[in-house]
Ligand binder design. Structure first.
Ligand code: GLA
Length: 525
């Protein structure tokens, strides 16, 4: 029946139903109370679906309920009136999710649609534009995560010898999200070489979430139609002198709702090795619905895949992504075989996000070491949401932190400015310093942060950052230099101006643009 006609007769249907509400069949048709499975085709035309579950309660025309997420669901409110359904999540107030007032409140997820033949035909708007979903009633059991599988006994995995300096490369998520495909990955490999990025150290081409389809009859993970032949793609990336990375989750579903490695860890590690994969990002996601997030549990979860990767005997960098839960940097991340671990939630291409994440990392720097790095998330440089000064701050800060330098932009269309930021070899050399010594805070006053990191050749890198909204003077005192440099003549170089700089007497002073940086390398003569 056409929707318009259905809408026109819906009020009469309701009236009829109401006057016969003792008839169960009739009231069952118009009462949306119960559990619903919402199936949404994933964006990117890869033929996969995302399933989410709602629990709804209807009173008259009012609906309340929950978008079922574990451990905590998200409240829903809405209406069901004249056959038209409106549902929206009620995000928690900003103070409940963030201590940072600059962080915008979460936007509600809004569904609008109709009730037809026992189904809800819903349209929602989100990050990927308009999405069409179909919801059907399901049992409560269908909404529950699978029973937990036993986890391995804890042990310390040996160091795999990889990532002696922070990994450098590119990842698809920040720019492409669900639209990544074989052609775009090949194009990024081409551009990494033609732009000169591979020459200055960028090596890994990493496919993030949304490549997965499901499992074949033997339980082997398969790629969806965006990636017709993973082995051929890996061969192509290798033919460019580069390495290739992939993504999975220890849970049944990835964060974007695709097939995860749950219960197939060893099998998936073998598949990745057979495809020629060199790097795995392993993203906790739906495993949080099954297990606790304390340190021993997370260690066991990550150890399971860490061991499976090591047993393939292929060198595969192991990137833990569990958003800094249970202080992963304090030791268990390394024990589980991790070469790097995310320390925060997702970055976005906004000053507030990068600033908040970047400057919160200094206290963690002493936990990093060769082979085992803190990962404050991928770079947003070149994605357009920040100014060039802000992107120079991003690059400088990540390099002082010895963070992985994983570009997240479209490498085919970089401006000269973006190239000059991502490919500043003197800044990259700080990140990649062969003798890791952690950055420390020299001073933090009035929005000016001064950071210093000793380097292998006896020099130091000094960053003067202006986090305020106006140009501000920053100062670095000679007395803050390590004792070994005391009383010696100094060479000071400005790494963004690509020029010598001067200490005036006992201090270096400069006016730093709003959200900008002056990055110095200081060595004795
Ligand atoms: C999580 C991760 C992101 C990205 C997405 C993919 O949010 O933190 O970096 O991998 O999942 O779904």
């Amino acid at each position: 029946m056409p929707i318009l006609l259905r809408k026109l007769i819906a009020p009469f249907t309701l009236v009829l139903c109401c006057s016969f509400c003792a008839v169960p069949r009739c009231s069952a048709q118009t009462d949306l109370s119960g559990y619903w499975g919402v199936r949404t085709p994933n964006p990117g035309g890869d033929g996969t679906f995302r399933d989410t579950y709602l629990e709804l309660h209807q009173t008259g025309e009012e609906i309340t309920g929950t978008l079922l997420r574990r451990p905590n669901g998200i409240p829903i409110k809405g209406t069901f009136k004249d056959g038209a359904v409106h549902l929206e999540t009620v995000p928690p107030p900003p103070s409940a999710t963030s201590s940072n007032p600059a962080r915008p409140p979460q936007r509600p997820l809004v569904y609008d649609g109709t009730y037809e033949d026992g189904k809800l035909m819903l349209t929602s708007r989100g990050r990927f534009g308009e999405m069409k979903s179909t919801a059907e009633k399901v049992t409560k059991e269908a909404t529950l995560p699978p029973a937990p599988l036993p986890l391995p006994a804890l042990k310390d995995l040996p160091d795999n010898g990889l990532a002696r300096t922070p990994p450098m490369g590119w990842n698809s998520w920040n720019k492409f999200a669900g639209r990544v495909d074989d052609a775009s990955v090949r194009a990024m490999a081409d551009a990494m070489v033609s732009s000169g990025m591979s020459k200055v150290g960028y090596t890994y081409i990493n496919i993030d979430d949304t490549w997965e389809l499901g499992r074949d009859a033997n339980g082997n993970i398969t790629s969806n139609k965006k990636f017709p032949d993973m082995k051929a793609l890996a061969d192509y990336v290798h033919s460019k002198g580069l390495k290739i990375g992939i993504y999975s989750s220890p849970g049944p579903k990835t964060c974007a709702g695709y097939e995860g490695s749950y219960g197939h860890e060893v099998q998936d590690a073998k598949t990745f090795a057979a495809w020629g994969i060199d790097y795995l990002k392993y993203d906790l996601c739906s495993d949080l619905e099954i297990y606790k997030d304390d340190a021993p549990t997370l260690q066991a979860i990550y150890q399971e895949m860490g061991q499976a990767l090591q047993e393939t005997h292929r060198p595969i960098v192991y990137s833990l992504c569990e958003y800094g839960r249970a202080a992963v940097w304090t030791g268990w991340g390394e024990k589980s075989g991790g070469n790097l671990w995310r320390t925060t939630g997702d970055i976005s291409d906004r000053w507030e996000s990068m600033d908040r994440i970047g400057f919160s990392q200094i206290k963690l720097a002493s936990f990093a070491k060769p082979g085992h790095w803190n990962d404050p998330d991928m770079l947003e440089i070149g994605n357009g949401g920040m100014t060039a000064d802000e992107y120079r701050t991003h690059m400088s800060l990540w390099s002082l932190l010895a963070a992985p330098l994983i570009a997240g932009n479209d490498l085919r269309t970089m401006t000269d400015e973006t190239k000059s930021i991502l490919m500043n070899t003197e800044v990259i050399a700080i990140d990649q310093d062969p003798k890791y010594m952690p950055v420390t805070s020299v001073s933090s006053e009035g929005g000016i942060e001064v950071l210093m990191r000793p380097l292998h050749d006896g020099s130091v890198a000094v960053g003067l950052f202006n986090r305020t909204g106006a140009p501000t003077e920053g100062r670095f005192m000679r007395s803050s230099l390590p004792q070994t440099m005391a009383g010696k003549k100094l060479d000071v170089r400005d790494l963004w101006a690509h020029a010598p700089a001067k200490m005036d007497g006992d201090a270096f002073t400069a006016t730093i643009p709003s959200h900008g940086v002056v990055l110095l390398k200081i060595k004795t003569r």
